[in-house]
Ligand binder design. Structure first.
Ligand code: ZN
Length: 650
């Protein structure tokens, strides 16, 4: 059975109200099912759930979709993860639907080995008495219950894992298992004898690491003796384990994060366990010095109250700065918890206890305020230029927040503390000019960037994102790279958001498929800049020629409900299908609707062009060029006015 079948099963056999009912309280009102909409701040139930149409729609904020769409949006999951969650809650065996189940034996084997390895280390820890393990647990104030919850294990100095893998009776399977274990970094090849292997983790306390569903994907380990080379040792990054995308303890913390509407981010797995053990269940640990985009989205989908509780050392502070910036780029101001003289939250808890930590959380101040305090020297500089330099650093620091009030207020506050005499409005204006300059620079850089970007596969997990391109690539290599990059770009480039008008075009066409009988409909597509919309509308048009009106809603819904399309597009379509009724329109009405859409698209294109030129003006340095830009701008304005006039006259 395939994922497509699973998708159909969910859509056809499970009432959407039963899926949404897992997350929201649904009330019956007459024949309709209503719920408070979780996608805007709703006071009267605005969300309609319709089991016949198999869709939900909020009449206040326009959020809409099918059951899978709801779970994706509400839980901020991707398509596959949403299917998994629905299966889990409805008691469907997801794995039996995974079509790549057979076609991906590598992944299967990896999962098997990882689970087995975790069991092996856990068993070692619980069935034998190993003083280093027992001491560790005791010293950290952990009981067996917590150790069991975290599946803590122990790796002896012997090659237990190699022994286990070597004992697999089937030769082919054994060879394959060894190969995968090597790739996962769990075992290593003996330098002197290529045929023999040894365990990577020896004399170590073992902490399994899970994905968001609680499946083991790797390990981190801690040395038990001082003379061991590395105190901590992680699984290597592999096809299954990507440090940046891991939030340690997430599967244990997620319910608490939602309940408390807050999350505490710590740096190491021991901190996560310590906080959890002390009742701070809404804690997750970052495994690198930055969050991967999926982790960031996952957290922001659950809460906007972020507490950064990283180590007190320089590295911790840098990580805090970086993660704070990542949240700020999504418009969220994170708070900062400081632990010195203790070196991390774990030590702080041991020294001062849970109440003190709770107090720290309640009094936490925004990370930005800590950072701004840091750039302000104790003794204010007297030279004006030096003051402006500091202000400029503040601009830079606040820039991820854009012109959010949380940024401009802080910038104005700092200017005051610096003793600058300019009016707040002037400071804000200068800050906004600074932002525009950054944006123009980024755009220019994006234009100039060679097309080989997607090929940096080795640095994909690298922490330093702004490495320069290797200058020593020959012309031939570039053309090959470009070709490759074109092939890659479909997967790498993020999907462009649909514009308002493009969304409207999708909605109108889906809601009124009779419009496709007009020839002019396809002309609209020439004015659409989103390839996704073009492709989608093309598909819809083809499909409606082949089906009966009565099937329309379900066919289009199925056609749209794939990860191939962006969430915006899927939402626009669902919203339209919710309103869809079989309707005939006379030719005049159809022409009028199409004309309206066409004008709107044309106006949007002109406006976008105007914006682009305005941006260019800001970086323009030559007089001739400036005159040319002004000329284009006024020409655009004329066309825009003409369109508006024509629209009024109709
Ligand atoms: Zn709503």
């Amino acid at each position: 059975m395939s994922l497509d079948e699973l998708k159909l099963k969910i859509k056809e056999e499970i009432p959407i109200s039963s899926v949404i009912g897992n997350y929201l309280t649904i009330k019956k009102s007459g024949s309709s099912l209503l719920s408070l909409c979780p996608f805007h701040s709703d006071s009267k139930p605005s969300m309609h759930i319709n089991d016949t149409k198999k869709m939900f729609k909020c009449f206040a904020c326009d959020a809409a979709g099918d059951a899978i769409g709801f779970v994706m949006k509400y839980r901020n999951l991707d398509f596959i993860d949403a299917l998994k969650e629905i299966c889990q809650k409805q008691g469907i065996n997801f794995d039996s639907y995974q079509e790549d189940k057979k076609s991906n034996p590598k992944l299967d084997m990896a999962r098997k080995i990882l689970t087995k390895t975790a069991q092996l280390y856990r068993k070692t820890a619980t069935t034998h008495k190993f003083p280093p393990y027992d001491d560790f647990i005791k010293k950290r104030g952990l009981n067996e219950e917590i150790a069991g919850l975290y599946n803590l294990g122990f790796a002896q100095s012997r090659n237990s894992l190699c022994d286990y893998l070597g004992s697999i009776p089937n030769e082919k399977e054994r060879e394959f298992a060894l190969l995968i274990a090597l790739e996962l970094g769990l075992i290593k090849k003996d330098r002197h004898n290529n045929e023999s292997h040894y365990d990577t983790f020896r004399d170590r306390i073992i902490f399994p690491i899970w994905d968001q569903f609680g499946q083991v994907i790797g390990f981190t380990s801690r040395a038990i003796r001082d003379d061991q080379k590395a105190k901590y040792m992680n699984s290597v990054d592999s096809f299954i384990f990507n440090k940046r995308n891991i939030l340690y303890g997430f599967h244990l913390a997620k319910n608490a994060i939602r309940e408390k509407d807050a999350v505490i981010l710590v740096e190491g797995n021991m901190d996560q366990i310590a906080l959890y053990n002390n009742g701070f269940h809404h804690t997750v640990a970052v495994m690198g010095v930055a969050l991967g985009a999926p982790s960031l989205e996952r957290l922001l989908g659950m809460t906007k109250n972020i507490y950064l509780a990283l180590d007190s050392d320089g590295a911790g502070f840098t990580a805090m700065e970086r993660i704070n910036r990542q949240f700020a780029s999504s418009g969220v101001v994170a708070k900062y918890l400081e632990f010195s003289p203790q070196k991390d939250p774990d030590e702080f808890l041991q020294a001062q206890g849970a109440l003190a930590l709770q107090e720290k959380i309640e009094n936490a101040i925004p990370a930005f305020d800590v950072l701004l305090n840091k750039i302000l020297p104790e003794k204010l500089p007297e030279v004006l230029d030096r003051k402006l330099e500091i202000l400029n650093r503040a601009f830079e620091m606040m820039s991820p927040l854009g012109n959010h009030l949380a940024a401009s207020e802080r910038v104005v506050g700092l200017a005051k503390r610096l003793g600058l005499k300019a009016e707040p409005a002037q400071i804000v204006k200068t800050y906004e000019e600074f932002l525009e300059k950054i944006e123009a620079k980024e755009k220019a850089a994006a234009r100039l960037r060679p097309k080989i970007k997607p090929l940096e596969s080795t640095s994909k997990y690298d922490e330093s994102e702004d490495d320069d391109q290797d200058p020593g690539i020959s012309a031939l290599e570039i053309s090959e790279l470009e070709l490759q990059s074109k092939m890659d770009s479909e997967h790498v480039e993020p999907k462009k958001m649909l514009s308002k008008t493009e969304k409207l075009v999708v909605q109108e066409l889906v809601q009124l498929p009779v419009l496709f009988s007009e020839e002019k409909t396809l002309e609209l597509l020439d004015l659409v800049s989103s390839d996704e919309v073009k492709k989608y509308i093309g598909k819809v048009r083809k499909v409606i020629l082949e089906i009966d009106e009565s099937e329309y809603s379900s066919v289009i819904s199925n056609l749209t409900s794939t990860p191939e399309y962006s969430p915006e597009l899927r939402e626009a379509v669902s919203s339209a299908l919710f309103k869809y009724k079989v309707r005939e329109l006379d030719s005049k009405t159809k022409k009028k609707i199409l004309y309206d859409l066409k004008t709107k698209l044309q106006m949007e294109l002109l406006k976008n062009k105007k914006d682009e030129i305005k941006k260019l003006q800001q970086t323009c340095e030559s007089q001739v060029e400036m005159t040319r830009l002004l000329q284009s701008l006024s020409e655009l304005e004329v066309s825009l006015q003409a369109l508006k006039k024509a629209k009024r006259e109709i």
